[in-house]
Ligand binder design. Sequence first.
Ligand code: ATP
Length: 473
Amino acid sequence: MTEIVDILVVDDDAAIRTVVSAALRRAGYAVRAVGTIAAMRTAMAEREPDVLLSDVVLPDGDGLDVVAALAQTHPALPIIVLSAKNTLSTAVRANEVGAFDYLPKPFDLDKLAETVDSALGRGGEPLAAPDLLGDDANPLIGRSPAMQEVYRVIARIVPNDLTVLVTGESGTGKELVARAIHDLGPRRHAPFIALNMAAIPRELIEAELFGHERGAFTGAQARSAGKFEQASGGTLFLDEIGDMPMEAQTRLLRVLQSGEFTTVGGARTIRADVRIVAATNKDLAGRVADGQFREDLFYRLNVVPVALPPLRQRPEDIVLLARHFLDKAAQEGLPRKRIDRDVAPLLERHSWPGNVRELENLMRRAAVLARDEAISAGDLRPMLGEATAAGTPPLAEAAGIAAAVRARLLHLHEHDPRALDDGTLYNRIIAEVERPLIEAMLERNDNNQLRAARALGINRNTLRKRLQSFGML
Ligand SMILES: Nc1ncnc2c1ncn2[C@@H]1O[C@H](COP(=O)(O)OP(=O)(O)OP(=O)(O)O)[C@@H](O)[C@H]1O
C-alpha cells in the first residue's frame, strides 16, 4: 500500500482553499484545508501533516509568526508560505522564519505541486537561520512574475555572504537591489560602500579599492583607506564591473581567493571582511569571450546571478511604479499628482529604453508640468516623445549624461537603427549634450558670451561658432 501524504492548507479565502485542495488531490495527496490559525492548531493536534501551506494574512493572526513558532517546535515540517502581499520583505521574512519556500499569489498550480514535491524530497530543512529579521522596508516595487522571481532569489541570498552579480539594462534597479541585499541582511549595521568602475579614471581604481600608503604614487600625500577597508563588516558594491581594467581584475580575483588584500605601495596586508555585490549592464559573458574580462573572476563573481528584467518585459509593474514615484515626488515637495486611468495603455506600450529611471524622471516632470491634479495621456504624450517627428525623446529624459546617451542609443537601435550608421552620430549626440550646457551658462551669465565662454573654459570664438551651428546667432 502506498503511503498517504497529508497536506494541511491554511487560507482564509475559500476559493483558494478549493482550488489548491483540488490541485493537490489531483497530484495524489490527501488534503485538509482550514481558514484560521485556531483551526490549523486543532488540525495539527489531530494529526501532524507532512507539509503545511500557510497564508500570511489570516483573520486571527500573522501566518509568518505561526511559521516562525512551528519552525522551532516542528523543525522537520516543511512549510510553504502563500502570500498576496507580494513584496520583497514578505519573501525575505518567509525565508528568515524558516519557511521551506514562498509562493506569491496568484501562483501557478503546477508550480505549487512541484514545490510540495520538492518540500517532501528535502525533508523540510529550513533554508536559512531563523534568527534575523529584516525591517519592513520595501524598497523594490513590482508584482510582476518576473519581479517575484527576483524577490525569491534575493530572499535566499540575504542571510548568507555569497558573492552576487546583478545584471540588467541601465535603470532597472541594480543598485537598489544591491542596497536591499545589504539592508535586509546581517551586515546591515555596517557600511554599504559603492564604487562605480566607469566613473573613476582607470589608473586610480586600484588605489580606490585597496587604499594606498603615503607616497605610493605622485599626489598620494597621505595614507588613504580604500573601499575594501571602508566597507569592512559591510557590503562593497562594485558597479559597472565590466569596465574594470585587467590589472584591477587580477587583484580583485586574488582578494576573493585569499580573503586578504594589500594596499597600493604598501606592505600591509588586511583581511577583507566584506560581502561583494557586483553589477553590470554589459554582457559579461561576451566580454569573457572577447578576452576583456577574466573568466575565473567572472565565475567567482557570478556565484549567485540576479537578472533584473527590463521594464518593457513587466508592463504589470508600470502603473504601480508610476504611482510610487508620484508619491515620492510629493513627499519631496513637488506638487501632489495622480495618474488618469487612460494613461496606463500609453505607459505600457512605451519601450522604456531608460527603464525604471526613465519612468521615475517622467513622473517627476509630469508632477511639475501637468496642469491638473490628474496627469492625462495628453500631458504625457509629448514628454514620451510621441509627438515629435523623429519620435526620439530629448536626452534630458534620463538622469546622468552617460545614462542618457546609452538610453538614446538604445532608442535609436530600436526605432531608427539606420541613424546609428549614417556617419553623423558623434556630432548629433555631442550637440545634444552641448547645447543645453551652453544655453544654461549663457543664462547664468546674463547672455554675456565672454563670461559664459570663460566659465565654460572655452574660447569665445569657439562659443560663437557653436551658437551659429545651433542656429542661435
Ligand atoms: N523596482 C523598483 N522599485 C522602486 N524603484 C526602483 C525600482 N527599480 C529601480 N528603481 C529606481 O529607479 C532608479 C534607477 O535604479 P538604479 O540606480 O538602481 O538602476 P541601475 O540598474 O543601477 O542603473 P545603472 O545601470 O544606470 O547604474 C533609482 O532611482 C531607483 O530607486
